[in-house]
Write a protein that binds this ligand. Structure first.
Ligand SMILES: [Mn+2]
Length: 297
């Protein structure tokens, strides 16, 4: 048995990728999740009648994992080591070292679901309506309805094919429905908002956390800014981060605020003030627009 698993803060791309890749590969593969689903992912699985993948109680040396939508150690389920990993399918930068050859599929596209859907098409394996709809949701979620600079033509072409199969005629309206789920944050605690889509990076031996909330309207969270920054500071000190950045992304205005706590260097890198008031037009992607800058520290 090979477990197909995404990263520690499961988003729609990660969860659907695990389910779809396991489905593509057959009965020796089983999808898992490495954490709790966010509201959007839970909505997508329910809408397309897909069982929520199980969580693993603990990792043993004998377990085999195929990683989807991530590869870096800091984003893996705790306990998974290089020896456990039999393959990787991803659309992020590689930060991986191992001692024997494994399957590695990487494409610089907007979502892992794009790569997997393309594999279904290339292999001529039939996609049912629900799986096509879920894969489409993964693409729309990760590319912010094609607005993210990570989105390439392949994502759009594959999404159109999937929409045809799923019988979804208005892709944009379906995308907005997804983001309205993501925007339901009023019942979440400050820490849940920070952790909702949080990734940790190890950059020159400095631990940096970058979270992102993508909202149909950023003003939904503005009243909570002071408390959330306070909570970020608490986490920074508790877990020894060099910096924690929360991207507050407004998908209609197509840009983000960066709420930052940590070393002064980070404020310099992003030319931000201590109150984190700046709005960055066009800033949507952690991977393409935040990470390259962090490598300058
Ligand atoms: Mn992804």
């Amino acid at each position: 048995m090979i477990y197909v698993i995404g990263h520690k803060s499961p988003d729609t791309d990660t969860v659907v990728s695990a389910v779809a890749y396991a489905h593509l590969m057959g009965e020796d593969y089983q999808p898992l999740v490495a954490g709790d689903l966010n509201l959007e992912s839970a909505f997508v699985l329910e809408k397309f009648d897909i069982d929520i993948p199980k969580k693993l109680a603990s990792v043993s040396k004998e377990n085999k994992f195929f990683l989807v939508d991530h590869n870096e150690k800091s984003q893996r389920l705790n306990g998974i080591t290089e020896e456990n990993i039999v393959g990787i399918l991803d659309h992020h930068k590689m930060d991986f070292c191992n001692y024997c050859p494994i399957d590695i599929i990487i494409k610089p596209c907007g979502s892992s679901c794009t790569i997997i859907a393309e594999m279904f098409f290339d292999k001529g394996i039939k996609l049912d309506k629900n799986m096509a709809g879920a894969l489409l949701a993964g693409i729309l979620s990760d590319t912010v309805i094609f607005k993210s600079p990570t989105c390439i033509d392949l994502d759009i072409n594959i999404a159109n094919k999937l929409a045809d199969i799923a019988g979804i005629s208005d892709i944009n309206a379906f995308g907005m429905e997804l983001f309205s789920k993501k925007s339901e944050i009023q019942n979440k605690t400050d820490e849940e908002i920070i952790n909702n889509d949080f990734k940790e990076f190890d950059i020159k031996d400095k631990k940096i956390g970058v979270g992102q909330v993508e909202l149909a309207d950023a003003s939904l969270v503005m009243a909570r800014k002071e408390n959330i920054l306070k909570k970020q500071k608490e986490i920074l000190e508790r877990d020894n981060y060099f910096a924690i950045i929360l991207m507050v992304t407004d998908i209609i205005k197509e840009g983000s605020y960066l709420w930052i706590v940590g070393d002064n260097l980070i404020f310099d890198v992003f030319e931000n003030d201590m109150q984190s008031t700046k709005f960055y037009e066009g800033l949507m992607s952690r991977k393409k627009q935040i990470l390259p800058k962090l490598s300058n520290i």
